[in-house]
Design a protein around this ligand. Sequence first.
Ligand SMILES: C[S@@+](CC[C@H](N)C(=O)[O-])C[C@H]1O[C@@H](n2cnc3c(N)ncnc32)[C@H](O)[C@@H]1O
Length: 220
Amino acid sequence: MEGTFTEEEKVEAEKDFQFLVEKGLDNDAIVKRFDCVAEKYDKMQAIHGNSLQKWMAESLAALYTHNRKSVSILDAAAGTGLVSCEMRKQGFLHIDGLEPSERMLEQAKKNNLYERYICDILADKTLDIADDTYNIVTVVGLSSEIFSTLPIKAFEELVRITKSGGHILMNHYDYIFQRDVLRANLAILEDRGLWKLEDKQIKPNTAHGFTGHLHVYNVL
Ligand SMILES: C[S@@+](CC[C@H](N)C(=O)[O-])C[C@H]1O[C@@H](n2cnc3c(N)ncnc32)[C@H](O)[C@@H]1O
């Protein structure tokens, strides 16, 4: 969604953003808030000039220079499917979406952005997805407070459902990747030989003036 926006639209987008990032909410409450803003979400992201989705798709395209039509992808924390939209522009076709907010998923369905729509959450639980299903898993801008404290089981699950030799790519703001729990969990999986950090990219001003980090893990 591109275009010019009025001052009122910009003020509303900022209000919605603050509503989504309020501190002290548990995961259920955050998901309910995404339900509330689902119809306005794409416009809000356009107003904020969020480039995390496009950056993810471009990084994936640089990593997979051929066979893009045949690789299978899970986009976790899929939201309304903005990442799928960008990946499709790069020639990726087989993309499933996992997202806990039914309303956000409904928006993605309207635009036919995923093959399988999985209404589920990354947490301390097993996902209803078979081992070694995907070549690639992406996680773009997963809610800050959730991503930075995600239990290690959630990452183990992403590894379990990714084929050996495949990739897990995650991006977010730099300060989120510096949080203790997240840094520790990412390192533990590497120490256990489950994945290897293959690339770490840095991009200034990905949205709200924040520098972004993008991690590429090779699943072993
Ligand atoms: C800022 S949006 C990003 C959506 C999409 N990746 C994008 O870039 O537009 C964060 C998404 O994370 C989802 N979410 C929140 N908690 C989650 C969890 N524990 N597991 C998976 N997704 C979660 C929210 O419902 C929301 O759709």
